[in-house]
Design a protein. Structure first.
Lengths: 117, 560
């Protein structure tokens, strides 16, 4: 499980996680993820392209931080979840909660456009 | 009593063992559960999608149990089981918590806006989506959740819809992402074909210049021989022929239609010139090849494991046969008391047998001999026999009253005898000072007696029930007094039911006839050898169907 955060020139904060978003990962990521994502006001793109498993505990992590970010005027967008993971997110109703894009530029523009003053 | 077929049957029976994992009701155990499911999936050769479905549904079910089953806390055992059928994986999760049917609980409606969304309540949606069938039962004070996952073809993956005129491609994943005009051009260069079940598509060693997209049905790839056990299936949404095209070499495996199958046949030139340069096709093809390599690996690994298990079992059988042979007394004389003469032989039909004999001195004037036949075959029967012999020796040496021997042995054998194995047994206990004899019988053939210098004849004796079935069974003891020179002969049904080439049995009558011809001066070794020779002469070249065991005892008198 890797966790990496970079701020791109456009101002988009790109968060990369990989492997399994399960209980172990949720416990490990809880604090760093929240610290990096939910304490700022920024467009955040979470790169999901290397996540091959997600359980509801992992979804909880995403939702909690997406909500906190929105509360601060930021926006979270998911970039390129793999088909299995995307299906699980769809089943849990995430398609109407957090935008998902397979194209990185589209993900960045969506996140930037969602910023509120 | 163990046939080759029997051994193979048990080997096959060994393979689809249910996998069992015991967990604590602790969220941290989710990682253990996930690793275990991955291992089972690899062993079972699951597709990545099946693994994902089982993995996620079980993780959600377990998280549910941890969160809801034990409101009073404490550490409890939650048991997960996985069983792989030919097309179905069945998962069961059992916990001793309060009655809770997660399936009857209303699923939380899905949130529609981030602002008002609350985390949680997704588990049930996920379980119902990923398991094909779910059921809940309260069994023996436990909650049991059963989830079944059907095999599926990769085409069932969430897919982008294909233009309607290409519906007959059934959303083949290698073709579905192509723009309609590209797809139309490609399809024009291909031909559609179909195969009836059993038809051979590719033959090892032959050249192949076509890539086949499986649209519907199922093919079987056999590595090595055409009827090889090392095979894997290729279903709708997959391709075959890619290896020979990419390598430019002849076909390396048999490919045979398992079901009525429709294919799109793409010529090699079209593949190289038009299909493979397309970026989306290239990526899909690479992903597909990786999955194929992984799958083949796991097929080979399973085959290797199967062979290793077989060899281990074979070695176990050889060891069991040796242990068994060492258990039967073999030194001559079988009994050191000069007032009796005892001889015995056991000829096993196969490597691990069900027959046994025993001869031992209980004290300086009491000799005990026994002949028995254990039901069943193979290792369980051999282990049961070891138990019978050990218990019999122990009980004979300790029981002051001979009549208590069979009831005590029977009770001991009934305990924990879940396999319902049983044994027939004949026991003779002789006081060599007086010739006083006790004969005990548990479902065994009656012995032959030679009394007062007369030839052997079948004696009256209580038959008695089998040992190991009914713990409360009653047994009668037969008491007699032997005069010097009197003999008794015990045997198993391998003697009377020995079969010749004409499918006739040796029978009690033939045994009696063989024994009647013996001269009065013949010793016990000669008697046993003569009866064994008569059986051998009768069956001729026909292999023995059952073990042949014979034991004879003669009382020589208080002062021989």
């Amino acid at each position: 499980m890797n966790f990496d955060v970079v701020t791109l020139e456009t101002g988009v904060v790109k968060v990369t996680v990989d492997g399994r978003l399960d209980m172990d990962a949720a416990i490990k990521l809880e604090n760093p993820f929240t610290f990096q994502v939910a304490t700022i006001k920024a467009p955040v793109v979470v790169d999901m392209s290397a996540v091959d498993f997600i359980a509801s505990i992992g979804m909880r992590l995403l939702l909690k931080n997406a909500k906190a970010l929105q509360g601060r005027g930021g926006k979270m967008v998911l970039y390129h979840p793999m088909p299995f993971v995307r299906e699980a997110l769809r089943v849990a109703g995430f398609e109407t909660l957090i935008p998902m894009h397979d194209d990185f530029e589209a993900a960045c523009s969506d996140a930037l456009a969602g910023m509120t003053a | 009593m163990l046939g080759r077929a029997g051994r193979d049957d048990r080997l096959n029976g060994l393979l689809p063992l249910p996998e069992v994992l015991t967990l604590r009701n602790d969220p941290a155990e989710l990682a253990v559960l996930g690793a275990w499911v991955a291992k089972c999936g690899q062993r079972g050769g699951w597709s990545p999608r099946r693994l994902f479905r089982v993995d996620l549904a079980l993780a959600e079910a377990f998280a549910n149990v941890v969160a809801h089953a034990f409101p009073d806390g404490g550490t409890h055992r939650v048991v997960a089981r996985l069983e792989d059928g030919p097309r179905t994986t069945t998962a069961r999760l059992t916990d001793p918590g309060r009655p809770f049917d997660p399936l009857s609980a209303p699923a939380k409606p899905l949130d529609t806006a981030l602002g008002s969304a609350t985390p949680g309540g997704w588990g049930l949606h996920l379980i119902r989506h990923y398991a094909d069938r779910c059921s809940y039962a309260r069994v023996d004070g436990r909650n049991e959740l059963r989830l079944e996952f059907e095999e599926e073809t990769p085409a069932a993956e969430p897919s982008v819809s294909v233009a309607p005129e290409f519906g007959w491609l059934h959303g083949h994943p290698l073709l579905q992402d192509l723009p309609a005009d590209t797809l139309a051009a490609l399809v024009r260069a291909c031909r559609r074909t179909s195969l009836p079940p059993g038809e051979v598509l590719l033959t090892p060693g032959e050249p192949n210049h076509t890539l086949y997209f499986v649209l519907t049905g199922r093919l079987r790839v056999a590595l090595g021989a055409r009827d090889s056990a090392v095979t894997f299936g290729v279903g709708a949404g997959e391709v075959v022929g890619e290896m020979s095209i990419i390598e430019g070499r002849p076909v390396s495996a048999w490919v045979i239609a398992e079901e009525p199958t429709t294919l799109l046949a793409m010529p090699e030139a079209t593949f190289w010139d038009e299909f493979s340069p397309l970026p989306s096709a290239r990526r899909a093809l690479l992903l597909f090849l990786i999955a194929r390599v992984r799958n083949t690996d796991s097929v080979l690994q399973r085959e290797l494991e199967r062979r290793v298990r077989y060899e281990f079992l074979q070695r176990d059988l050889e060891a069991a046969a040796k242990i068994q042979a060492n258990l039967l007394p073999s030194a001559r004389p079988l009994v050191a008391d000069p007032r009796v003469e005892v001889d015995a032989r056991m000829q096993p039909a196969r490597e691990v047998s069900g027959d046994f004999y025993d001869a031992l001195m209980l004290d300086d004037h009491t000799v005990a001999v026994a002949v028995g036949d254990v039901s069943g075959k193979g290792m369980p029967a051999a282990l049961f026999m070891v138990r019978v012999i050990m218990l019999l020796r122990m009980i004979l040496e300790r029981a002051p009253d001979r009549r208590a021997v069979l009831p005590a042995l029977n009770r001991a054998l009934c305990e924990g005898n879940d396999e319902c194995m049983f044994v027939t047994l004949g026991v003779v206990v002789l006081d060599t000072r007086t010739g006083a004899l006790t004969y005990l019988n548990a479902g065994h053939h009656p012995p032959f007696w030679s009394l007062g210098g007369r030839p052997f004849h079948l004696g009256e004796a209580p038959a008695g029930p089998l040992l190991g079935i009914d713990a409360k069974a009653a047994f009668r003891a037969h008491e007699a007094t032997l005069q010097p020179g009197d003999s008794v002969l015990l045997y198993t049904d391998g003697v009377t039911e020995a079969e010749n080439g004409g499918r006739e049995f040796f029978t009690m009558d033939r045994a009696a006839a063989a024994l009647r011809t013996l001269g009065p001066g013949i010793d016990m070794a000669g008697t046993v050898a003569a009866l064994a020779a008569a059986v051998a002469g009768f069956v001729g070249a026909t292999p023995l169907s059952d073990d042949v065991t014979i034991l004879a005892l003669r009382y020589l008198g208080p002062r021989p």
